[in-house]
Design a protein around this ligand. Structure first.
Ligand code: MN3
Length: 193
């Protein structure tokens, strides 16, 4: 069994003007596709692992029978697939507000505005490639942090709720070095809150 690139739930231009069509096309059909292809290529050597949930595999990475050189490659590409699946899923041209999530965020961070400030600041200050995350930790408490590269909150046994890709490939065509403008624009296409 091979992993497949998820289907994008909207057209490339659906998130204009906040995220431009060209960026989505390249991000989805090149970057995300490459993570899927790489994942399948490394797992060809480990057929016993291919029908397992990726979330479980990366949580238990140290117990898996990977050769050292394959372990990092698997981690990066499995993370790339999981992270991007969530990224496309939580965005959309129309708000589909999750009222339960909104009330949990207000309870934990005071207000949606305050949450956006904290999360946006973490996303802005994350150095290099990576993601800003809102997660539920193992005690079901909301936490905000960033992780480098394609590391996934599942590696910490946390459930990712909201993930913002701050790799330059997510915004460079339209925003160049202005990550702050990408983050500001992104709140408009995050459909959950
Ligand atoms: Mn990306």
């Amino acid at each position: 069994m091979k992993y497949k690139l998820m289907s994008l739930p909207y057209s490339y231009d659906a998130l204009e003007p906040y995220i431009d069509a060209k960026t989505i096309e390249i991000h989805y059909s090149k970057h995300h596709q490459t993570y899927v292809n790489n994942l399948n290529s490394v797992l060809e050597k480990y057929p016993d692992l291919t029908d397992k949930k990726l979330e479980n595999l990366i949580l238990n990475l140290e117990t898996l029978p990977f050769e050292e050189k394959d372990k990092m490659f698997f981690k990066n590409n499995a993370g790339g697939v999981i992270n991007h699946n969530l990224y496309w899923e939580i965005m959309g041209p129309k708000k589909e507000v999750d009222e339960i999530l909104v009330s949990e965020i207000k309870k934990e961070f005071g207000s949606i505005e305050e949450f956006k400030k904290i999360f946006g600041d973490i996303a802005l200050k994350h150095f290099g490639s990576g993601w800003a995350w809102l997660v539920k930790d193992s005690e079901n408490k909301l936490q905000i942090y960033s992780l480098p590269n394609q590391d996934s909150p599942y590696m910490k046994n946390h459930i990712p709720i909201i993930g913002l890709d701050v790799w330059e490939h997510a915004y460079y065509l339209k925003y160049q070095n202005r990550r702050n403008e990408y983050i500001e624009a992104w709140w408009n296409v995050l459909k959950l809150i």
